[in-house]
Design a protein around this ligand. Sequence first.
Ligand code: 6AU
Length: 475
Amino acid sequence: MVSSLDKEKKELALRLYQISAFKFGSYTLKSGEISPVYFDLRVIISYPDVMQKLTDCIYKFIEDKEIQCDQLCGVPYTALPLATLLSVKMRQPMLIRRKEAKSYGTKKLIEGKFQLEETCLIIEDVVTTGSSILETTKDLRNEGLVVEDAIVVVDRQQGGSQHLDKNGIKMHSLFTLPYLINVLKDDNKINEELAKTLNDYISKPIENSKPKMSRLQMSFTKRADIAKNEVAKTLFKIMELKKTNLCLAADVTKTDEILNLAESLGPYICVLKTHVDIIEDFNDDFIKSLKGLAEKHNFMLMEDRKFADIGNTVSLQFSKGVYKISEWTDLLTAHSLPGSGILKGLKSAMSNKNQLGIFLLAEMSSEGNLLSKEYSGQTMDMIKDFSDIVAGIVAQTPNLIDDAGLIQLSPGCRLEESGDDFGQKYNTPEYIINEKGGDIAVVGRGIIESKNPVEVAKTYRDRLWAAYENRLNIN
Ligand code: 6AU
C-alpha cells in the first residue's frame, strides 16, 4: 500500500524538478568534482506552494521516524526558512546559529532561548559530506545542547551519513538521489540513458567528497606540507626529526639558569619558551648564547610575552625597549583581545625579520579565566586573514582548529593531575595530547623544579611522543 507520505513525496519530487531545484548536466561542485546532477534548493523560497508541501512532508517524516526534540535549528542559509515553518507547524521553538558572532552587543553565536541539555534537531537542505551540519552542531554542542539527529531534504549519498554517524549524529533523509532518479524516470522526466549515467555516478566512490581529514589523524610531517606559516612548517619538521613535542617553559629569573636548562634539556625539546620580563640580568650576550644553543640542539625560541595592547603599542613593545624581542624570537604569544590590529602591528614590526610564528591565545589553562567559547571562536576567525604570520593557537580543547597546518600549544601539563596555588590546572601528558588535542605540551615547573630535570624531561618527551603516535592510530 502506498502511504500518504509516499504519495506526497512523489508529487513534491516532481514539483521540485519542475522549479529546477535539481538539474542534470555537467556541474562543478564546491569540492571541484564534476557532477551530472546539481541541487539548488535555494529556489524554493520563491514558490510558497513548494515551501508548504516540503514543510508538510518533513513534518510527517519526523512523526513517522518518531523523532523527539526540544529545539529545531536550520543550517544557514537555505534551511533557515524551512526550520522556521516547521517550528510553527510543530509548535516547537527554534534556534538560529549565526555564521559569524556579532562584533557588538552580546556576541552570541546561537540566538534563541534554550536550557542546557535540551535536544536540538538539525534541518538541512542538501548533504554531500555533512561538514555544514557538523559546523552547526559544534556551536550548538559548545552551548550545552544535545544534537543527535539531523533531517535533510536530499542526501547525495557521498559519505555524509557515515561522516555524521562518526560524530554521533543520525541523518534522516527525505530524498536520496536513487529515489529521485526512479521517480523522474517513472514519470518520463528523464530517459533510461540519463538514469544510467546518474546511477553509475552514485555507485562510484568519489575521492573529493571524502570528509576532510582531521589534524588529529595527521602526522606532523604531513602537516608541515600544509602549514602556511614558514616557522610552523619548520617546527613540525623539527618535532618529527627529534621525535619530541615538548616545549620547556624556562620560567627562571637568571640568564645562567636559562642557558643551563637550554644546554642540558635542548636535545629533548622542540621549543624553549621564555618570559624575558622575569629575567633579572638580561643582556645581549645572553640572547647570543641562547640562539647558539637553539641552533646547536635544533629547538626554537618562543617569547611568551602575551601581548595585549593596540597594534601601534605592541609593534613598539615587540621591536624596541631593552629586549628587542623581534630580533631574536622565532615564536611569540599574543592575545586576540584587542582585535586584528594586534596582528597588523606585529607584522609591521617584523621589518628586519623574515619570519615569525605567532601563537594566539584562544583558551587558557587557568581556573576562572574569562576567555569564553565565543571569544575562542572569534580568535579562530581572526587568524584566517593572517595565515602567513600565525603558527597556531594556545588552547585547551581539540576542536577549535580546522586548518591542519596550525599548531595547538597546550600548557598545564604534569606527570600527575594537579594544580598550583594560583589557579593553574594540570593534566597528564596523555590527556593533553589525546583529550585536549594539544600538538605541543608546555611543561615548566614539572621539569625545572624536579630533582633531576634531564631525566624528568626525557620522561615527558617519551610520554608526550607516545601519546601523539597513539593519537595517529586511534583517530
Ligand atoms: O608548567 P607551568 O605551570 O610551570 O608553566 C606553564 C607555562 C607558563 C605560563 O605562562 C604558560 O605556560 N601558559 C600559557 C602560555 C604558554 O601562553 C597559557 C596558559 O593558558 N597557561 C599557561 O600556563 O610559562
